[in-house]
Unconditional design. Structure first.
Length: 292
């Protein structure tokens, strides 16, 4: 008599399996195209003339690709200055966030002290607090320090840790066996040496994921730059694109095609960083336990 464990799942005919596979591939392709359509539309708009961008009904493809839009977008404003400011801000924020978040997360993950869980919950509350609640106190504080119209308000806070970065690194560090620390302590290694020589090499996926999130956030930061920066020579790239829309010698001249071209130029570094660290990014998110 055949037992329940010996029952096998029904095998579909080959033709039926192929139909299901083709159907799933078609649905996946349509879904991917749906997600890609806004990006493809921005590429198409960047290659159109100003009149074609505003035409109704809208045209999917440009009649003649206007490759000169990218050069015009770069030269019509101080794009190089804005690009340089964004590079400076993003690099410093990246360094500050990775260093400070890793050190704080190491303390939460490896040390036992009174009130640790309460402090960690207070730290996580920073992720839930809207930025609009703190923007006015920050402006008053930075104005007192005479940091307004400098890049310091965009850089210095990153050296005091990121709530999301601390959470991400803590979750990953807790997945590393504590026996590694104990063995190193028995060999006379200091805590910082354990962090630098043993734990950090195993945290490359989490560091890559945090670096991508931090890079994108700092590169795309608009609100804080809008509040703290007033001089054009201090503008970052998001503010520069906004300046490209508002500043023109001919008010009746459409500039949407130049904004699209400038946006694509600004997107290239983010795409390059994500493409170069995609495997580490996925692994870091999976192993840290973050979902959604």
């Amino acid at each position: 008599m055949q037992t329940a464990t010996q029952h096998k799942r029904p095998i579909w005919p080959r033709a039926q399996r192929e139909i299901v596979a083709v159907t799933l591939n078609i649905l996946t392709t349509l879904l991917a195209l749906g997600f890609m359509f806004p990006f493809l539309w921005s590429v198409s708009s960047a290659l159109k003339t100003g009149i074609e961008v505003l035409a109704y009904p809208p045209k999917l493809l440009p009649a003649i690709p206007q490759w000169g839009n990218f050069a015009e977008a770069w030269t019509s404003i101080r794009f190089g200055v804005f690009f340089k400011n964004s590079i400076i801000v993003t690099f410093m924020v990246l360094v500050g966030t990775l260093v400070s978040s890793t050190l704080v997360a190491y303390g939460f993950a490896r040390f036992r002290f009174p009130g640790r869980e309460i402090l960690f919950l207070l730290c996580l509350s920073g992720m839930m607090m809207p930025v609009y609640v703190t923007i006015i106190p920050l402006f008053m504080m930075f104005r007192t320090l005479r940091w307004v119209n400098t890049l310091k308000p965009l850089i210095v806070p990153s050296f005091f840790g990121s709530a999301f970065g601390i959470f991400l690194m803590r979750q990953f560090l807790m997945s590393i066996p504590y026996e590694l620390d104990e063995s190193a302590l028995l060999d006379g290694a200091s805590r910082l040496r354990i962090l630098g020589r043993i734990l950090l090499p195993n945290c490359q996926p989490a560091l890559a994921a945090l670096a991508i999130f931090t890079f994108r956030g700092a590169w795309d930061e608009f609100l804080h730059a809008l509040i703290f920066l007033d001089k054009v020579e201090k503008y970052t790239l998001p503010l520069g694109l906004w300046f490209l829309r508002t500043y023109t010698d001919d008010p009746g001249k459409p500039r949407e095609h130049l904004i699209m071209a400038g946006s694509l130029i600004a997107t290239l570094p983010v795409v390059a960083v994500f493409a170069s660290a995609q495997s580490y990014f996925i692994e870091g998110i999976v192993m840290s336990g973050i979902k959604g």
